[in-house]
Design a protein around this ligand. Structure first.
Ligand code: HEC
Length: 149
């Protein structure tokens, strides 16, 4: 009995710790694809932040990550098609209600990631740090308006 209890507690923890207990059952799974594309973006963006926070700036590694981010930044957007605001999405309805504002936020992000690549090519931490922060701010600004917490 106690073993049974323990394993069901574990199951609850695992399930509640899981981001997406709900499957995307829509045709072509656009929600799943855009979420995966954002996770890929995060996987290149996060190590850059860690490097800067830990004061271990490595110009070559950073430049490679910035270039990869620049490539991956195109991933999510084609999957924000009409009628794709359904579970398990974390997107707000505003994505579809205010498409111009969403596009504007995307452009700010694109400009910031262009600038990050240039800053990284300079190999100067003094340029890289503020450029990284601008990209961070552009992610955050869009999430504030268009993504649920
Ligand atoms: C123009 C708007 C916009 C920009 C810019 C943006 N995001 Fe997002 N992001 C979203 C939206 C909307 C979602 C929710 C997608 C969904 O669930 O359908 C999201 C989801 C995510 C997710 C969650 C994926 C998941 O399901 O677990 C991560 C991680 C993420 N974004 C990281 C980033 C990072 C890092 C940046 C910047 C480098 C960034 N995003 C820039 C709009 C944006």
């Amino acid at each position: 009995m106690s073993r049974l209890l323990a394993s069901s507690v574990l199951a609850v923890l695992v399930l509640s710790g899981c981001n997406q207990p709900v499957e995307d059952t829509g045709p072509g799974q656009p929600v799943k694809h855009r979420q995966e594309a954002f996770k890929a973006v995060l996987r290149t963006f996060e190590p850059m932040g860690t490097m800067l926070r830990d004061q271990r700036y490595d110009a070559s590694k950073f430049a490679a990550l910035a270039t990869e981010l620049h490539t991956l930044r195109d991933g999510p957007w084609p999957y924000f098609t009409a009628d794709t605001h359904y579970p398990p999405t974390k997107a707000k309805a505003a994505v579809w209600a205010r498409p111009e504002a969403f596009e504007q936020a995307r452009q700010v992000f694109f400009e910031a990631t262009d600038a990050l690549v240039l800053a990284a090519q300079s190999r100067e931490l003094a340029q890289v740090q503020p450029a990284y922060e601008k990209v961070y701010d552009s992610c955050k600004a869009c999430h504030n308006d268009f993504k649920d917490k």
